[in-house]
Design a protein around this ligand. Sequence first.
Ligand SMILES: Nc1ncnc2c1ncn2[C@@H]1O[C@H](COP(=O)(O)OP(=O)(O)OP(=O)(O)O)[C@@H](O)[C@H]1O
Length: 645
Amino acid sequence: MVAELINNIFLVNAPAGSGKTTKIKSMIISHKVEFPENNILCITYTKRAAEELKKDINSKGIYISTIHSFLHSFVNIYFSKSEIVDLYFEVFGDLIRNDIVNEKQKENITARNQRYIDKHGTLSFEVIKNNIKSIYYNESANDHLYKGGLSHDSLILFSEKIFDKFPKIKKRITQKYQRIFIDEYQDSASSVLRMFYKAVIDTTSNLYFLGDKMQQIYKNYDGFFEDELKTLNTEIKLDINHRSIPDIVSVLNNIYNDEEFYQSPSSKNSAIIPAHPPRVILCDNIHDRLEIEKSSYPDALLLFLLNQQRFNSIGAGELYSRLNRLEKYSYGKQLNAVNILSDNTNENSDSLFKLLFLVEKVLEHYKNSNLGSIIHNIKINSKIFDLNMCKITSHQHKVDFNILLSQIYDSFHKEHSIHDFLISLRKTNIFKTNYIDEIGDEYSEVLEVGLNEFKALSNYLNNPKVSTQHGVKGESHNSVFFIAEDSFKNPVVHMHKFLKLWTSTDLSLNSLESFYYEYNECVADTVNHIGCKISELNRDSYDTHSTFLNDRIEQLNKRFEGNLIFKGLYEGHYNKYLLRPNVSNIKECLKESTVYGVLSAYRLFYVGCSRAKKNLTIFIKKANVEEYSQNFIGKLERIGFSVED
Ligand SMILES: Nc1ncnc2c1ncn2[C@@H]1O[C@H](COP(=O)(O)OP(=O)(O)OP(=O)(O)O)[C@@H](O)[C@H]1O
């Protein structure tokens, strides 16, 4: 049966640089001019994107925010209603009961249960139910279900449940908003897409999903909105690349390798002469070669895969790695080391870095003899400065104060550790001693790092030229240096396996993604049958299921026979298993990340290349592609790259 097309819900799936963000802005503005009384909602993927968009369109009735802040502001007024608290227990009750029982005796759950008993005297489902009067969004990656705290993911899940159960609440969305835009739809969870779809269908509001499937670089979307996507209105076409020069547009078309998404270059970019053709540099040592190229293109944006590499390149690698090890910035916590090291404003919530960035700002004003700005900074930071010491009521005070600032200035320019710098700050008495002293033991490793790393970080923040491949969505840069790297965990990106597969097959997003979904389903089905994750298989559980697993491997081998992606990624592992069936060999066969890592590398490669307006360079370590270098160079040249050794 052919699904009915939906007229008021639009899908604009268009490649990089085709003007999606620009289109959103112009649609918002023109709608507002025509219907000034209407309200418009625009959901962006990151806070930064929301802030950027707000700079251009900030008028009454236009609401721009991330999905979490939108949902939170929209549903939190119901969070203490008894029906909503009941729904909370309906949705999360089993999870709560399981944690109370803690069948597998997980240590963290045992500890959490004990903390609850210490505080409330006892732990049971009924006690928890009695204690929770209202639920809340805890703005972190982990739920606090005993207290009614919803994590990022649970806020989304629970909002969807609220809209399903209480249509009146859902209806408020379209009563309030006549136009809704979801930017970067490809990285939104399918539950988010479905939520808006169900709210807007059969109403007079319009909903627009804008994005690019090729730029799906986070794992939020699980593929469960594909049927609905096929029913959407696709009459808005964006097929001109407004960002890049024709040679780069041609490379991008070839990487995308899908006629449906073919882009023409914009005529305004045709006259731009690049410094070099899009090129791939195959080198023995990427670091050394980068240094050389950086001197010719000092403004190039360097795209690394990992934050660690990015901070290494800035000259603040040790600072990043040590801050990253702090418990409070570990995985799942509200803030991480990147948040702290990227925020040189007064909003930085880390006591050490707030102080360092502030001191640096004050020294900048000192250098420019701008006493007024120094006083202003002192006044708005009364928790950090000792206001008595900073009072300037006479000429002598001013002279004394200047002496203290000059001591700080000298100390800041000395080669010593952050710890020694803090000691020198403490000695001046300008700062509250308890503020400095409270930067306690947990920071001891961070304080050992040289102050020069902080200075390098600060220079970088004033002029960022290094980013991660995940972090440059939506950006444009004249010159881009993309550094090919692998990562086997957080994030999983198998760049070199991708390059190898790309060399030997005519890869397109559709072919690789369909294989990924199909293979993933086979793995999920196997996991369901054996009742444990593939990575958790051990010799005993393998023996129990070996007949089933052997059959499964033979079936899959047959099913994907002739599939070049399977051949490139899995065939070797299957042959090995069929020769020697054992637990470690089966794990390799059924590893979902083998294909996921290649798929995410393909997308990141495209995202990275598509940031370049004029000059694009890819750096690849020669040794990593040696085995197939002739074919690889041939492929690169067909794509439109020039290849340099
Ligand atoms: N219609 C247009 N005419 C001229 N320039 C445009 C037009 N649309 C977009 N641009 C310019 O092209 C560049 C890319 O636009 P935009 O960021 O909107 O594209 P996008 O599709 O959102 O890109 P990406 O998917 O890579 O984030 C920007 O510099 C923008 O100013």
